[in-house]
Design a protein around this ligand. Structure first.
Ligand code: ZN
Length: 457
């Protein structure tokens, strides 16, 4: 049984020194012993502070192919909706082999940044003409294989996508690759379960795309037909226009409608939920659902700012997601999450409940790691017996305060970081990144570059 010795580690009880972590052959934490004697030659000494791996609750892998290419203003009224046109063009061009290359490269970048599991909100189901591949899960399976090859934990969330808007309009030609009704989704889930039967770090959930793309009646129908613990993610209230369209069509705001009509509970993750009023904030928090916040993408798209301090004061849970994958850094996501609050409120240190005090980095990291694990339905997020051994070792040389201790480590990594502070990354008891390097990264980079050239052509 491999054993590690961390000079300091973030445990459920707080920071501890000289922590011995014993791991079973199948990659589960067997025992955690603070203040351990250094004994035995099979104990590996780690080179920096040890944290639980971060969950990335929301990713669309294929969008990495357009990172940096949507930053030119093509229309004085440029907005989310013109970005979406660029995204649709990329979506149209990505074939199965391209998706394999893009996602393998992306998952390695995520691991190096400190994400040890990811939720793929996956809607690129069909071929470019809108026909199902021979295996309806062809594209989803590419993600499963990329995750297995690179070593990241995956919760794959095949998307239901049925209409172009609240008025039940038929899908636009650019949306035909996404089309999946309940029947098609069930076939995708069956295929995914078969392909993932040997993977211990794969979970399969579902994702009704949004109330724009799926009526709330269908959301309720499928959610009640599946086991209660099924992981369910949905985009909601990302843009003001979505709120206006939903109000016009149904008389209710999107979060209000979802909470009233669907069995939203602790296995749900509401992605963005940016535009919410106080009753909706309280309802999400009371349901136990996780808010899936993607601060970098939300800033990039001009979505708005989620009311985090109000939500935390209501007892709400959140995770973070890299969404469009324009930038990959949990540290930067958390920094921007707090900075958005500061800019809106004209105050500092806001990512705590109203009556809370303490480290903002510590509060953000603990909340995101716990909420993220819950949102992905993965046994991670805690360095404790029975959890999967997903660990990050930080590099003190990359921290602005190399001698930082306890929550100062997290404050420094999040707020004073330039480079990624991660040195080694373990997923399920296997080192996937050592010294900032993943053994598959060069081959993945070559294949990714070739895929980008095919897509551009
Ligand atoms: Zn998204």
């Amino acid at each position: 049984m491999p054993s590690l010795l961390a000079p300091t580690a973030l445990l459920p009880s707080g920071w501890a020194r000289d922590v011995r972590i014993d791991i079973t052959e199948d990659g589960t934490i067997a025992a955690v012993t603070p203040g351990a004697e250094i004994a035995g030659d099979r104990v590996e000494r780690l080179g920096g502070p040890v944290l639980p791996g971060m969950a990335n609750v929301h990713s669309h892998a294929f969008q990495r192919a357009m990172a940096g290419l949507a930053e030119k203003r093509r229309d004085p009224a440029d907005s989310f909706w013109t970005w979406r046109e660029t995204m649709y063009r990329a979506a149209h061009a990505v074939g199965p082999d391209d998706l394999s290359a893009i996602s393998s490269h992306l998952f390695i970048e995520m691991l190096k940044a400190g994400y040890t599991s990811v939720g793929e909100f996956h809607y690129l189901h069909n071929d470019p003409n809108g026909a199902s591949y021979e295996d309806p899960a062809e594209m989803s399976v590419r993600l499963v294989h990329a995750a297995a090859e690179t070593g990241i934990g995956l919760t794959v969330l095949p998307v239901l996508y049925m209409r172009a808007g609240f008025d039940d309009a038929a899908l636009e030609p650019a949306q035909r690759r996404f089309a999946a009704d309940e029947e098609r989704l069930i076939r995708i889930l069956e295929s995914l379960r078969w392909h993932g039967r040997d993977s211990s770090s794969l979970r399969v959930g579902i994702a009704p795309h949004s109330l724009r793309a799926v009526s709330v009646d269908v959301v309720r129908h499928i959610a009640t037909a599946l086991p209660e613990e099924t992981t369910i993610h949905i985009h909601v209230a990302e843009q003001e226009r979505e709120v206006e369209d939903c109000l016009a069509a149904t008389g209710a705001r999107p979060v209000e409608l979802l909470m009233a009509e669907a069995p939203v509970g602790p296995s749900w993750c509401l992605i963005h939920a940016t535009h919410v009023v106080p009753d909706e904030i309280a309802d999400i928090a009371a349901s136990g659902a996780v808010a899936g916040l993607c601060p970098i993408t939300e800033a990039n798209l001009g979505d708005g700012v989620f009311p985090l301090s109000e939500f935390l004061t209501s007892g709400g849970r959140f995770g973070i997601g890299s969404d469009s994958n324009v930038t990959l850094s949990p540290w930067e996501e958390l920094r921007l999450l707090e900075y958005g609050q500061r800019l809106v409120h004209g105050r500092r240190c806001l990512s705590l409940p109203d009556d809370g005090v303490g480290s903002i980095g510590g509060s953000l990291f603990r909340a995101a790691v716990a909420g993220g694990a819950a949102a992905l339905g993965q046994p991670v997020g805690v360095i404790a017996e029975g959890f999967r051994a997903d660990l990050l070792v930080l590099d003190p040389a990359k921290l602005a305060q190399p001698d930082a201790e306890e929550d100062d480590i997290l404050d420094t990594a999040i707020f004073a970081g330039a480079a990624l502070p991660v040195r080694d990354v373990m997923v399920g008891g296997i080192w996937r990144v050592r010294g900032g390097f993943h053994p598959g990264e060069e081959a993945a980079r070559t294949a990714f570059t070739a895929a980008l050239r095919r897509i551009a052509a």
